[in-house]
Design a binder for this molecule. Structure first.
Ligand code: GTP
Ligand code: MG
Length: 323
């Protein structure tokens, strides 16, 4: 019962509301705030007791992302073996992210079907803004992103942007090339396409690429194994001892860069986080630690430990940096 602005004794007008037969009325003043605490308490009574419903959620959250019409909803339906989300040939069919739980012999999953992210046109700028936002929220919530690409189109500018979102968010990813049934195949078609994708999405060279058809179900079963795999990789913890062995080997093979007579000295490296794996390297000078040498170190770590399907973060600390 709003606009109960006076404080002190209960306004007799409140009693009239009993005649509605809806239980105790709660007088509140939205403007002044009286009664809002009581209202919240009343709401809370309907919540499950604390602790209940908070059991460890060990499902892997999988965001299915990609441009409109690429087949995201079709893939989710195919995986679930039922028509759970709407599929249509109209680009932009899915507007809201839809979560579906799924469990099989390989694990527990939540698939998040998202709205395709389209290229901006004047008319659709608002819809676009929201679908980008929703896709971004889905990516944030996800453990693994399935980046879907239309086999007929190859990697488009939009695909690159979408893949970039997953990469920036530090999510484990799999590149899923869909509609493989529509491609005229000759010997080497798949390998050619794989090369093209690796060139176009070179910032994501860690991501496995799989060629599927959501329509026929070709290779869709393989996705679970891959999802589990890249999820595990992004959770990997490497001991400091092993990291520093790799670091020593790497430096022995390719000397750290020098500049004006000063040489980069790398003291120590340690892993500080997972999802994605994050490493801190301590050195004498950040300036000397050129990007190409960082890349080299990253590649050496990947060569030894794999870390397939996951981006990694490397933070360079130099002497004198605050802890
Ligand atoms: N031939 C073929 N057609 C497919 C495949 N996957 C999806 N399609 C078709 O592509 C069209 C779009 O599929 P959707 O699953 O709705 O695509 P979406 O990515 O969810 O699209 P939005 O929700 O609009 O972003 C439909 O007509 C599907 O039947 C495939 O593997 N092969
Ligand atoms: Mg859809």
């Amino acid at each position: 019962m709003n606009k109960a602005d006076s404080t002190g004794a209960t306004d007799p007008a409140v009693y009239e509301f009993y005649s509605l037969g809806l239980g105790d009325p709660i007088p509140v003043s939205a403007v002044h705030g009286h009664g809002t605490g009581d209202l919240l308490d009343e709401c809370l009574r309907y919540f499950p007791p604390a602790g209940e419903n908070e059991e460890e959620d060990d499902s892997i959250k999988v965001a299915v992302i990609g441009k409109p019409n690429v087949g995201k909803s079709s893939l989710v339906n195919r995986i679930l073996g039922q028509k759970r989300v709407i599929v249509s040939n109209v680009a932009g069919t899915t507007r809201d992210a839809v979560d579906t739980m799924f469990e099989n012999g390989q694990g527990k999953y939540v698939f998040i079907d998202t709205a395709g992210i389209r290229r901006k046109s004047k008319v659709e700028e608002r819809v676009e803004k929201f679908s980008v936002m929703r896709a971004q929220l889905a990516i944030e919530r996800a453990d693994v992103c399935l980046i879907m690409i239309d086999a007929r189109d190859g990697v488009t500018e939009q695909d690159t942007k979408i893949a970039g979102l997953a990469h920036e968010a530090g999510k484990a990813s799999i590149i899923v090339v869909n509609k493989w049934d529509l491609v005229d195949k000759e010997t080497g078609t798949m390998e050619h396409m794989r090369k093209d994708i690796m060139r176009d999405l070179s910032f994501m060279s860690y991501a496995p690429i799989v060629f599927i058809s959501a329509l026929t179900g070709q290779r869709t079963d393989r996705l679970f194994e891959l999802i589990n795999f890249v999820n595990d990789q992004s959770n990997m913890r490497i001991t400091t001892g092993m990291l520093n062995n790799v670091l020593a080997d790497a430096q022995a093979r390719v000397q750290p860069p020098t500049d004006k007579g000063r040489r980069l000295k790398i003291y120590y490296m340690t892993q500080t986080g997972i999802k994605p794996p994050c490493f801190v390297i301590f050195c004498n000078s950040r300036e000397l630690f050129h990007f190409s040498y960082q890349r080299y170190i990253e590649n050496q770590i990947r060569a030894v430990f794999g870390l397939e399907g996951t981006p990694v973060r490397i933070v360079i600390r130099q002497k004198g940096d605050k802890e």
